[in-house]
Design a protein around this ligand. Structure first.
Ligand SMILES: *Cc1c(COP(=O)(O)O)cnc(C)c1O
Length: 400
């Protein structure tokens, strides 16, 4: 314990306190398991908010990283590199989009999509300069930059960080009628998550995404889906929009695109949309770098070769079934799709945090989101046996 406490004290001394982690210090990870500095083993039920869909240190992804690291790691976009083309071709062929723009973090990809939409609004739709409006949903989470928190409905995400970027209109999530009402001649885009992960694993009513698709088409508005957390197999399909055949004009990816190894994000769209960028309009020193591209290409191959979306679908249904069968007195609601599962604790039993702490003592790493909800999102490479191991412990903590 001494070493754990020492390392935590060091972080508390030198790190800004912008997180409130559970008191575990991880030393090593492999597959669905992580080991702390005391040698204890835990099953990772958070997967770095779905960045670890392929599991910790997937051998194929690590091999791609090592191979590329022994050749060249960074060129900047001032020059071409050998790996970006094959990666983007694979990504576009897989998703059916004509163009991709590679970035690093999720927030950067969201910012990129916003910039693309604004310029598209000006030069393609003919909305007057600086008048374009983007409709967003209450309870959204799209990252932490000033522009992104400008349209958050979460007071804590905004407090103290103004002045904010204008041009965003909030509507209730899941309400297609409210969405249509908010559309004006200056609306250029709708930006939404297919399932709100950080918001507490909130699943919109069936038909919402299809209605969004129809309304945006009808009003010549771009539909932009942030699948940074829901995408790449997590919800039981390659992308969550597939449940409603609501393919967006702009698809934003991150997290698992880098296989839990390296930050890689991307914006996917048509030439009509991403073609608004000319040289010098937008960029990133590290975006599309050879190391990230090699890693992301391997990360995509792992998803396909191991059929991880189907695994998430099958094991997610099983997981939810066992949670329902538990008939827990503490649980108010079980939500989610695939292996993105939210368990909301009844307020009379306090917040979800003490449950996460108890699960940690049982060897499961979970994190509360929005106080009342435990998010269960293990790596998609989890086996049925490993999931059963986790469920026994969850049943111990959440059972009567
Ligand atoms: C995590 C997340 C982001 C932000 O990604 P970062 O890599 O942390 O910047 C944006 N949107 C959604 C839906 C996310 O889950």
């Amino acid at each position: 314990m001494a070493r754990t406490e020492e390392l935590i004290r060091e972080v508390e001394t030198y790190s800004a306190r912008n997180y409130n982690p559970l008191p575990v210090v991880i030393e090593r990870g492999e597959g669905v398991w992580v080991y702390d500095v005391e040698g204890r083993r835990y099953l990772d039920m958070l997967s770095a908010y779905s960045a670890l869909n392929q599991g910790h240190r997937h051998p194929k992804i690590i091999q791609a990283l090592l191979d590329q690291a022994s050749k060249v790691t960074l060129t900047s976009r001032a020059f071409h590199n050998e790996t970006m083309g094959p990666f983007l071709r694979q990504l576009c062929e897989l998703t059916g989009y004509g163009k991709a723009l590679p970035m690093n973090t999720g927030a950067e990809a969201v910012e990129t999509a916003i910039k693309a939409a604004r310029k598209w609004g000006l030069i393609r739709k003919g909305v007057p300069e600086n008048q374009g409006e983007i409709i967003v949903c209450e309870n959204n989470f799209h990252g932490r930059t000033v522009t992104i928190v400008s349209f958050s409905s979460e007071e804590q995400y905004r407090y103290g960080f103004g002045p904010f970027t204008p041009g965003f209109v909030l509507v209730p999530f899941g309400d297609a009628a409210a969405l249509e009402q908010a559309i004006t001649p200056n609306t250029i885009a709708v930006l939404a998550e297919p399932i709100q992960g950080e918001g507490g694993v909130l699943v919109p009513p069936q038909g919402y995404l299809a209605a969004m698709r129809e309304l945006t088409k009808k009003h010549n508005v771009l539909m932009m889906l942030d699948e940074i957390q829901t995408g790449l197999g997590r919800t039981g399909r390659l992308f969550a929009y597939e449940y409603e055949e609501a393919k967006p004009d702009v698809l934003i990816l991150g997290k698992a695109l880098g296989g839990g190894v390296y930050p890689v994000s991307a914006v996917l769209a048509s030439e009509e949309v991403l073609g608004v960028f000319g040289p010098g309009d937008h960029g990133s020193t590290f975006g599309g770098n050879p190391l990230g591209a090699a890693v992301a290409k391997a990360a995509l191959e792992v998803l396909l070769e191991e059929d991880l979306p189907a695994r998430a679908q099958e094991l997610g249904s099983y997981f939810k079934g066992r949670l329902h069968a538990l008939d827990s007195p503490y649980i108010r609601e079980i939500r989610g799709k695939g292996l993105l599962i939210g368990v909301e604790i009844k307020p009379e039993y306090g917040s979800a945090r003490p449950f996460c702490e108890r699960l940690m003592r049982e060897g499961l790493l979970c994190k509360e989101t929005h106080d009342q909800t435990i998010r269960f999102a293990p790596p998609l490479v989890i086996t049925k046996e490993e999931l059963d191991w986790a469920l026994e412990r969850i049943e111990g903590v959440l059972g009567a």
